[in-house]
Design a protein around this ligand. Sequence first.
Ligand SMILES: [Zn+2]
Length: 1019
Amino acid sequence: MLSIKNIPASLVFTLLVVLFVPCTTAAYGSPVAYDLAVSFDTKAAEITGTAKITIPKDQKLSLHLSNLQITGAIAEDEKGHTVIYQLPLPKKITIPAAATTQTISLSYRKHISGHGLNNISSQGITLLSDWYPQPEQKVRYTLQARLPQGFTAIAESETFPLPVHNQVATARSSRPLCAIHFAAGPYITNHKEVRPGLVLHTMFFPEDQALAESYLNKGATYIADYEQQIGPFPYNHYVIVANRLPTGLGMPTFTLLGQTVLRLPFITDTSLRHEILHSWFGNSVAIAQSSGNWCEGLTSYLADHAHRKEQQQGSQYRLETIRNYLSYAGKNSTLNLHNFHAAGHNGIKNRQHRAVGYDRAMMLFHELHEKIGDTAFRTALQNFFHRHTHSEASWDDLRKTFEESSQTKLATFFQQRLERTDIPSLGIGSAQVKLTCDGHLIRLTIQQHSNKPYEIVLPIDVETVEGHETFSSVISKQSETIELKTKGRPLAVAIDPEYSMLRQLDDTEYAPCWSSFLGSEDKLVVSATNSNRFAPLIKTLGDRSWNIKADQDIKNSALSTADLLFLGTESKACRSLFGKTPLPDEDFVLEVRRNPLNPKKVAVLINSESSEQSQQVARRLLHYGKYAFLQFAGHRLVASQLPTQGTGIHVEFETPLQGGITTELQDVEILAKQIAKHQVIYLGETHTSAADHHLQLQMIEAIAPQVEHPVIAMEMFPTSSQQALDSYIFSPETMSERQFLKASRYYEVWNYDFRYFREIFRFAQKHRIPVIALNLERNIVSQVFKTGSLDGLSDDQQQHLPENRNLALPGYSKRLSEVYQAHAHHSQGNPAGFIQAQALWDETMASNIANYLKKHPAATILVLAGSEHTRKDSGIPPRVAARLPVCQASVLNLSDSNIPDNLNELADYYFFADKTELPPQGKLGIILKETTEQEKTAIKITGFTKTSNAPEAGLHVGDIILSIDGFPIHAMADVHIAMLDAQPGKNYNVTYKRTEKDGEHIKTATVELIAPQALRGHR
Ligand SMILES: [Zn+2]
């Protein structure tokens, strides 16, 4: 019955249990009469009481006496038989049935310790649990309480205010109840008539009088509204009572709201409304013993959901509810709705149970409402209430009433949602549009991914050129094809756009929030070196599920398999995923991101300025689970952000058109002047596009003369090639091109034709422009890719890698996952390794550029790299910017590629360079393999292409190639160098070694070169 949603945790943390006392109704006969008389010693925090219980003949009675000090007990029957009980009594006693009426009298005292729900002080009294001998069945209570001077009291009663005579207040319940609850204090009462025969009261402390009016007004409005919707209020009065303890509880005829809770501005809209509604559902219509708890879901739907819907936030609230459910119960919930009875608020088990009992049930009622329509839904609620007022009802009773009002069979609907622990998982398999003579026809295949499909009424929204058209379709199979006719040309289709059911969210709808971590069963907590400032957080929130590790003990491979929490963003582990994170050092900041190594996991980054600051928020944090960003200054929330709102599962038929203004096109001279003003200029390429390389040359030619210190930086060489580059540029007389290619290991690292860069190198030599190598060693990249982590690298290798690596740049890990998926069938390794390897690559290039500029501040760097690396959004440029404030520009050629629709995120300048090709390279048509012969690598013939002239020239499979065109061959790279300028039709001499029976022979064959086959594009 309690709603503590939206109440900051600091105010409700002592509230642990639902006041749900399970008890039975006497099967027959008149009810037991229970006369309780109590008095208080507020100084000693003590209650003294006597209970006189009259048990009709043939009935037995069990009493719970735990936590009470029983000072006397006598039982008598009508014939005058008396039993005096021996003290002390056990925790539970049972008085057997007798042939006559029996009376049992107990006297007791109890000291209220100050923990839990009970309180006795001169400031006020609250008695909610274990404060009198508690019967196991419903009884009819009369309570007489001797009040301290100046106190007013409340308990479940037929009338209010309670009659007071000689300081003794009397409460009398007309109907049998499971339990009674009592509060008294120096209250001031106010009241408002809702309608004749129904009065709403407040009992607030004198200091809170200003609040009474708005509580009475709002409360009266809710009661009037719900009377309209459901039926007459089941009591003749209702009292809103302030409690010194921070509670939010609903009892028959009154609610107890914490004094600090009452003062929060939103409570009238949330908790008050929820508790008032419990008068109908929960208190008047109680939950049947045999049934699961239906009343929290129904109350959440008709109060909390209704409130947000009135604010035009219905679908937002449902998505928040779904996200909360997925965080706590989404993965492997074993609880179904049938078995939910009650749940407290704290601890992960309670949260899992609440996700089922509140969230799942709330969504059930919304789905049902949508399915049967408003009229049938409201009629059913009225009939259900009318039929079960002041008695009990079950899920089955609800189903029958809804079936009756809607004339629809709902057995499957309820059975699937009450008994199953999984939830629907939907997707669009395919979507096609056809033009027909009277409109457009959409053919949509809907898939259900769960083993057993659900029966669902699926809302569908189609966006057309003329506006939105909505449909709904019943689906019940694993895969179902639906046809929709629209008047306007369809642009996009969305299924379940307003979150009308509890279901799995697809990739575009899922957005991690703080509860995604809190609900995880796979938590890895990384504490930075100086982590004392987080101690209060670990103490309050941490439980056995928190696997806390110090930064230096974290293995790189562990980061991709868990939901991560970084306490302090300066740890090496944090910087290896997010670079140097710009979280503020002041205040307390919590930011939730996706784990870039595993899209199904989250990473939460927390910074706190001090241990005191952490202490101030630790308890409250649990109640902000739906947020993706939080900032507290002291105890004050100064900034917050929810995850983005989703709009259903989408397919688009047309992408938005883009265009440009032709008069804004510029000549290369003008653009080159502008571009030359930047200090780092990226010239992106598709590696096999001659046009892209020609544009690079033209840019270098145009920009180099305009700047003081031009430098060319190349992705194509690892830093270990730098010496060869320097020799080749500055002492070309000492090094031929073939020698350079061999010394720089060009063909070992890069597999693309060197002729693409030949003219650029000639220009650099002529003008003595340094060429610097940017890349890291290939074996590091491939090792990380294959093993999935950096753990296998040597300490020395690790030391030379950049520590700050940002894998969370916009779209970065998503883009790389897609590349990985596209190539997954022929690559080993794993996605996390692929993303880490690419990030190492990008960050190393960025770090080399930044380091060069730190040493040579006057330099202008022209970067030649693949166009994925030169992207402004997530390539090298933002990584250089994170290291050094410099002015950068990214240049792209569009004529050779598909024009991307996010061009402005990729590049600053674009050109339409003429298509061009390298001269065709003649081929020998030999299939070669690098082998080892006498401990040296050797190149062996393993086959020939169909059109090859080599077999005719005398070459055999198994021959070892020694030289081509006079160039010695020791490795595959040498073959590339030898063939660099080969022309089809020319004759090349091939010297080879052949092993025959009589020994080895060295021979030479003359092979006429054939024309190459078409190249495949690669970036
Ligand atoms: Zn409730």
